[in-house]
Each structure stands twice: as C-alpha cells, then as structure tokens.
Design a protein around this ligand. Structure first.
Ligand SMILES: C[S@@+](CC[C@H](N)C(=O)[O-])C[C@H]1O[C@@H](n2cnc3c(N)ncnc32)[C@H](O)[C@@H]1O
Length: 311
C-alpha cells in the first residue's frame, strides 16, 4: 500500500479520526467502469477480460463521483496514493481513467478548502480547479500529491514548480479571467496554469504561454496537445511582447524584481497584467492601463520562483 506522507493533508481539510476506515476493495480499484456497490460484489476480472470502453458510461461518472464524494477525504487520498504507487511499479498502463476520477475526488476537498480560506472566487475558476486533471501535469513520483494545495518541483533545478492550486485562482481573480478572454501567461512550467486558463476562457478564448526552458516547453506542449486554444511558445518572457498581440490579460508566474518597461508599454488600454513583484518577499501586483494611465494595486504577499532571464 502506498504510504501517505504525513505532511500531505490539504489545508483546512477535515477528516474525522473516528471515521470508518472503509478501504476500497480490489474490484473498486480494478474495475472502475461499474457502480461501486456493484463492483464490491462483482467477481474480479483479469485485465484481459476487463471492460474496454472508449469513454466512461454515464453511470461511471455520476454514481462513482457521488460515491467518491461520500468517502472521507483521507480515504479518497489513500486511494489516490494506492493508484499512484501501482503506477510507479509499472502495473498500470499509462494514466488510467480510474486515476482521473479518484484524483478529481481528492480535489473536492482542495476546492472546498481554497474557497473557504481564500474565497470568494468565481465559480468557473473553482470548477477549473476541480475539473482540470492536475495529476497529468506533475512528475510521475508526485501523482499522489497532485490534489494537495502545494507547489511541486518540475525538475531538479529548483527554478521551476507547478504552483500551489490556490495561486492560480488568486491571479485569475485579480485579472477577472472570463469566457472569451485572450490570456498571455509568462512562465508555462508544466502547462497546468495554461490548462486552467483554457478551461475558464472556453472555446472562444485563447491562451498563449511562454517558457524559457525548452525542455519544460516541450513537456507542456505535449501535455496540452489536445487543447486547441493553447499555444506554447519557447522564449524569454522579457522579450515576448511581440507575441502578445491583442491580449488584454497577462499573468506572470515567476517573480520579477521590477516590472520591465517593455511590458508596461505593450499593455493596451483596458489591459491588465498581474505579477509577483519583489526580491525575497513578493507582492501580487496588478497593473491596469485605464484611459492611457497605468494604475497599480497590491493584492497581498505571494511566493514564486525567480526570473530566469539572462537579459
Ligand atoms: C512557478 S513556474 C510556473 C508554473 C506554471 N504556470 C505551471 O502551471 O506549471 C515558473 C515558470 O516560469 C519559467 N520562467 C522563469 N523565468 C522565465 C522567463 N524570463 N521567461 C519565460 N519563462 C520563465 C520557469 O522556467 C518556470 O517554468
């Protein structure tokens, strides 16, 4: 069984120590396409005999999700850890549908905690946190932690992380990100932020995201290949303004000591740029151009990885 690191408890998550410790039985883990109650009684199918369906039947998502929501949060998390360790042992092919559903179940607690501690947020922003599969954007060894409100490393440099989930909705709230928007993200990392934004802006919106590390850019491009309205560009964000085109909302995901003048000049009228500004301590700063005038507002303390520009 995959052990659950003690520090993984989602902030604000309530788990009752006395809660019934109902472990998912084998069939629940191996035959996710059937209702959990039926699964508990069903004979275990070998992988070769198992159902093969292209997309989940409705009763999988509806009944299974309802059942997941009823499980104590700690148990959902334990289940995710089990699947993650099965995958780490190479006993799962690819990223099974079951992983997606269980990880989503774990994010129910995440979304609840973020809304309670830092809300209110736009419902669509919270839905994106729930629906976008963060487990696909983390390193394989971090899948069990993917529903935690914590940043996770993307490589061994210490210069790139997938940010804590709450950090994205803080910036999106400041930008008032909405369906139909065109967003530029500076610092793609894993591509998770771009996927959240794509979910929020919807099919009529666009997300352009720029990453300085070519390996990360390639990884993100691959993970985001099924997102038609996201474009990942290799490059240094400091000289990225020619790519911004008509985008009116810009989000920066690495810390900058001060706002480059090129960014401020490129911000169109009605445009908004949100960035973590500062050295050791950073503030989330919003710059808006209103009728030609730049207006700055402070949105609290944040902590991001540093700018990797060599300019
Ligand atoms: C906190 S991570 C971004 C998290 C990302 N949004 C995600 O969802 O995974 C910051 C990213 O900015 C990138 N970065 C840092 N400086 C940059 C620059 N000058 N231009 C472009 N990308 C940069 C880093 O390589 C890193 O991937």
């Amino acid at each position: 069984m995959g052990g659950r690191p003690p520090s993984k408890q989602t902030r604000g998550q309530t788990t009752s120590p006395g809660a019934a410790r109902r472990r998912p039985v084998d069939n629940e883990r191996t035959a996710p396409y059937v209702h959990l109650d039926a699964a508990a009684n069903a004979p275990r199918a070998s992988p070769a005999e198992g159902p093969t369906v292209a997309s989940p039947p409705v009763h999988f998502t509806v009944a299974f999700r309802r059942e997941m929501a009823r499980l104590p949060a700690a148990q959902r998390q334990e289940w995710l850890s089990q699947i993650a360790s099965t995958m780490a042992r190479g006993e799962h092919d690819g990223q099974p549908l079951e992983l997606g559903e269980v990880a989503r179940g774990c994010r129910l607690s995440l979304v609840e905690a973020v809304a309670k501690q830092l809300g209110p947020f736009d419902e669509r922003h919270l839905s994106a946190l729930l629906e976008v599969p963060r487990e696909r954007f983390v390193r394989p060894q971090d899948v069990a932690l993917s529903a935690d409100d914590t940043p996770l490393p993307l490589d061994t440099t210490g210069l790139a992380t997938i940010s804590a989930p709450h950090a994205y909705v803080l910036s999106f709230r400041v930008l008032r990100l909405a369906p139909g928007d065109s967003l530029v993200e500076l610092g793609t990392g894993s591509g998770y932020g771009a996927a959240l934004a794509a979910w929020i802006v919807g099919p009529k919106g666009h997300v352009l995201t720029i990453e300085i590390d070519p390996l990360l850019a390639r990884w993100a491009r691959d993970t985001l290949r099924s997102e038609p309205n996201v474009l990942v560009v290799d490059g240094d964000a400091e000289s990225s303004t020619p790519f911004w085109r008509d985008a009116k909302k810009i989000v920066v995901t690495f810390a900058i000591e001060s706002l480059p003048s090129a960014w401020l000049e490129a911000l169109p009228d009605g445009g908004k740029l949100v960035a973590p500004v500062g050295k050791a301590e950073q503030r989330l700063v919003l710059i808006e151009r209103r009728r030609g005038v730049l207006v700055e507002t402070d949105h609290g303390a944040v902590r991001y990885v540093k700018n990797r520009s060599t300019r």
